[in-house]
Write a protein that binds this ligand. Structure first.
Ligand SMILES: Cc1cc2nc3c(=O)[nH]c(=O)nc-3n(C[C@H](O)[C@H](O)[C@H](O)COP(=O)(O)OP(=O)(O)OC[C@H]3O[C@@H](n4cnc5c(N)ncnc54)[C@H](O)[C@@H]3O)c2cc1C
Length: 422
């Protein structure tokens, strides 16, 4: 049987700065890049909504297709299947001897469980920390001693900052013929998406998924328009594509790495300018790392509720979900999420605070609705931010937003509310 190295793609759909791909190619073995639409992510959660709704599923599909095109151009392919990852890998073992599985590591419950099931196949597992900006090993403290408060975390890591260089994109990949052009991508309805996708021209993220598009977005935001230079002033905006980077949709699927963005910021600072805005984008990437490491530290406790907790839906919650509360600013944001799969950071903070502190509803339902709906859903950033706003995270404080005041400050002429409610 042919010996191969399997590259198990997960939330890292890229070829540039992709540690598992780089290591597998350097192993000298024939390489088979592999992606499984794992059934566990395409089920319903504890609700009647799909765990992955239409917007994210479409973006994911585009990202997988783009990765496949890139790998084909390198002489390889992406072997795409649907089912349970461990079962699908087991099927491959019938035709090939998998010497090792190269894969990115995640530390949240479901991801660890899937990894364990794959490890139980008894194949050598070679895992890489490829999701955060700072590698866990490069933190100036142990995970157990990771600060509970963001500012403490930030100050400590900034004092002793170590960011790895990017892993190069391979110039070619040696993949056995029997793994080239052998699989088809599933359709959205195969993934349980029955709704019709209607493109909303008001969308703040009218983007297509994939590594290629991620870099186009970066080139646009940094180099062509120099929006990075004014990021700090515009980041609380609500309308349009350019008030913030919108990198989250690409980071969530791993179409670009946080490291690549960091090194592009450094390049920009050297060749264009260094100012508060260029620093601030890095600062925001540290928030992403903060929630990633918090999840790594707290393991199951990160979610604050038992694994199979089923919150009860109420009419009040349903009105919030549909954007039909008594607060127009909340409604506008919830409509944007419903129709496009995106909402600004300002909006997310307000609607989350309103659900928990004003409507007194279960925060977990809100987090689950976000999980279904957001294109950029990321387990650590979503559940971390929800517990933070709800004041039950590991930095518990009263974080109540005065929604009326926020609307006056951030939507003074009501144009955002008119856009979605008018
Ligand atoms: C209740 C709630 C739920 C959220 N759920 C998610 C989620 O599922 N996925 C997600 O990526 N972000 C989430 N966020 C964080 C934030 O709202 C989004 O990252 C941001 O709006 C994405 O737009 P952007 O890429 O233009 O951000 P920018 O303002 O351009 O920021 C650049 C990058 O920094 C990171 N970042 C910025 N703010 C945060 C933050 N508060 N927490 C973590 N990372 C941050 C993101 O990776 C983002 O792409 C949530 C925030 C709240 C309040």
């Amino acid at each position: 049987m042919k010996e191969i190295a399997l590259v198990w793609y997960r939330f890292n759909l890229r070829t540039i700065d992709c540690a598992p791909l780089d290591a597998a190619v350097r192993s000298g073995l024939p390489v088979v890049p592999f992606y499984c639409f794992d059934t566990r992510y395409h089920s319903t959660l504890h609700t009647d909504w799909p765990r992955m709704g239409q917007f994210r599923a479409k973006f994911l599909m585009e990202s997988v297709q783009d990765l496949r095109n890139t790998l084909r151009a390198l002489g390889s392919d992406l072997y795409v299947v649907k089912g349970f990852t461990e079962t699908e890998i087991q099927k491959l073992q019938k035709n090939s001897k998998i010497i090792a599985i190269y894969y990115p590591k995640y530390y949240t419950e479901d991801e660890v469980e899937i990894e364990q099931k794959v490890a139980d196949l008894g194949i050598k597992m070679i895992g890489f920390d490829d999701h955060s900006l700072i590698a866990p090993k490069d933190l100036p403290f142990s995970i157990e001693n990771s600060p509970k408060v963001f500012t403490d975390f930030r100050k400590k890591v900034e004092k002793n900052l170590k960011i790895k260089p990017e892993y190069p994109k391979p110039s070619s990949i040696n993949t056995p013929d029997e793994y080239i052009e052998k699989t088809e991508l599933p359709t959205l309805s195969d993934l349980g998406i029955s709704q019709n996708l209607l493109f909303d021209s008001r969308s703040a993220v009218p983007f297509v998924g994939g590594e290629h598009e991620a870099w186009q977005r970066l080139i646009h935001y940094f180099w062509n328009t120099k929006k990075l230079s004014v990021y700090k002033e515009t980041r609380n905006g609500l309308i349009g594509t350019d008030y913030s980077s919108k990198f989250s949709v690409y980071l969530a699927h791993g179409c670009i790495s946080a490291r690549s963005i960091f090194w592009q910021i450094k390049k920009y600072e050297e060749s264009v300018e260094t100012n508060e805005s260029t620093y601030w984008l890095f600062f925001e990437l540290l928030w992403r790392d903060f929630f990633f490491f918090t999840a790594m530290k707290l393991k199951g406790n990160f979610f604050k509720v038992p694994r199979n907790y089923t919150p009860k839906k109420t009419k009040i919650f349903e009105k919030w979900r549909q954007g039909e509360t008594h607060e127009p600013f909340v409604n506008a944001n919830m409509k944007e999420l419903l129709y496009t799969g995106f909402m600004s950071n300002r909006g997310r903070q307000n609607v989350a605070s309103y659900l928990v502190h004003n409507l007194k509803q279960d925060w977990y339902l809100g987090a689950m609705w976000f999980e279904s709906q957001l294109i950029d859903y990321d387990v650590c950033s979503n559940y971390g931010n929800w517990t933070y706003v709800a004041g039950i995270g590991n930095d518990p404080r009263n974080r109540v937003f005065n929604v009326k005041r926020q609307a006056e400050m951030y939507d003074p002429d009501g144009s955002y509310q008119n856009l979605w409610l008018g």
